[in-house]
Design a protein around this ligand. Structure first.
Ligand code: AMP
Ligand code: GLY
Length: 421
């Protein structure tokens, strides 16, 4: 098979690695790709959101499977364009992607299909939002409706704090993501876990789960980020996590998709809060998580490319891949100004090979001969497998220190408490 991965982050580098290792894969391509994908396949100079350009190139290069990485590609309708051109696509069409691209659509969908989620009100103006808050007590979560790259959610400790955020968003004319619609919801209490489910339009099944660290600083301090580290499988959750997620979330989700005529083919990322009453959905994403994917894929064996192809064809065959019981820890190395701004770096050592069981995945970057340049932000995810979480964690931090010492920059930082609970 000839496989295209759409996107340019460390998640896409990990997907390209795992797919290239699959027995059925003959060649991997990435658009636009990064320094990692360039080392094992061909990068196309086509933007991840350019559906027309991607469709033409896929046909010309006889691509058998396209895997959509980022939400921006899905929301731009890349899945629709590629399917129209006869390409098998892992990733939903734009309409299925609304589960992620509109928080209001997702909330209404969950309400229609009785999927456990926080109680919420929708508002289209500051006036309506203020009115909705009149009946609220205690902590409130304020969410912008559209895609805002992780900047559209604020957990406000009090109703007054929520009012101030809304006044700022509407007053300055800048609701994150650019729209004017917001969701106001109850804060859920519990522990967060990300579950990745594969759906081929007719069946749905969990692939694996991970825990993500979203805040920039140790001890969950500092601003929200795209994710500073992750480990898989999650630790300290009930043994029957998969069964309970299947019963309470995935079953109703699939029935809802089918009832609404949505033939969803790809992965659904369920961002869950595990409460005293069991799992509640915080959010759905229509794609793999970053950095969770980097910590999940080293545990996956078998023919992952063929598994994704079976999902893309609407005939999911879970027996094509296996999931090891080993633990994997992923640590993100980011420029020290992330997420406020991004310092560009040039001339990084492009050789990031590590000891057995460890791997480094490049974020958005370009390879220039033996060196790598990057526009900054999340530059690398370093992962390690271990027999238990403590061992995986130790190996991952050892690899981080080793790599940091030879990259040729001191502008990178990382959290020191990933997988330490
Ligand atoms: P989201 O983009 O919807 O995943 O929200 C980002 C983060 O905000 C989540 O990972 C949670 O930590 C937090 N969050 C969002 N909604 C809620 C909620 N209803 N209760 C508690 N925390 C929330
Ligand atoms: N790590 C969170 C996300 O991918 O949305």
């Amino acid at each position: 098979m000839r496989v295209l991965i759409v996107g340019s982050g460390a998640r896409e580098d990990a997907l390209s690695w795992r797919i290239a290792e699959s027995p059925s894969c003959d060649a991997v391509f990435a658009a636009p790709g990064n320094a990692g994908t360039a080392s094992r396949g061909v990068n196309w100079e086509v933007a991840a959101t350019d559906g027309k350009g991607l469709a033409e190139r896929c046909v010309r290069e006889a691509i058998d499977l396209a895997v959509l990485g980022p939400e921006t590609a899905i929301a731009a309708g890349v899945g629709d364009r590629l399917r129209d051109a006869g390409i098998a696509v892992f990733g939903p069409n734009r309409s299925g992607g609304r589960l992620e691209s509109s928080k209001i659509f997702a909330k209404r969908f969950m309400e229609r299909h009785e999927i456990p989620t926080a109680r919420a009100a929708v508002a289209h103006s500051l006036e309506a939002a203020s009115k909705a808050l009149e009946e609220w007590r205690g902590p409130v979560v304020v969410k912008a409706d559209g895609l805002a790259g992780g900047k559209g959610v604020v957990v406000a400790p009090t109703v007054e704090a929520a009012r101030a955020i809304l006044a700022d968003w509407y007053g300055g004319g800048r609701v994150p993501g650019g729209g004017s619609d917001v969701l106001i919801e109850n804060r859920l209490e519990g522990r967060e876990v990300s579950v990745f489910a594969l759906c081929d339009g007719r069946a749905i099944a969990p692939l694996g789960a991970a825990c993500d660290y979203k805040r920039a600083g140790d001890g969950d301090t500092g601003p929200n980020t795209g994710g500073m580290g992750a480990y898989s499988p999650p630790d300290g959750f009930p043994d029957d996590l998969d069964d309970r997620v299947r019963e309470r979330i995935l079953g109703p989700l699939l029935r809802g998709l089918c009832a609404e005529g949505e033939e969803y083919r790809g992965v659904i990322y369920c961002g869950l809060m595990w409460t005293a009453q069991g799992p509640y959905v915080i959010e759905f994403n229509a794609r793999f998580g970053d950095p969770e994917t980097q910590a999940l894929l080293p545990r996956v064996g078998g023919d992952f490319a063929l598994l994704l192809h079976s999902v893309a064809r609407g005939a999911m065959d879970l027996s094509l891949a296996t999931l090891s019981q080993r633990r994997c820890v992923g640590i993100v190395l980011a420029t020290d100004d992330y997420p406020r701004s991004n310092t560009a770096l040039q001339g990084l050592n492009g050789d990031v090979s590590l000891a057995e069981g460890c791997r480094a995945f490049w974020g958005a970057s370009q390879r220039v001969d033996a060196t790598v340049s990057t526009s900054g932000g999340r530059v690398l995810t370093v992962t390690a497998l271990g027999d238990d979480l403590a061992q995986a964690r130790l190996k991952a931090y050892e690899a981080v220190r080793r790599l940091a010492g030879r990259l040729g920059t001191d502008a990178l930082t990382y959290r020191t408490d990933i997988a330490l609970r």
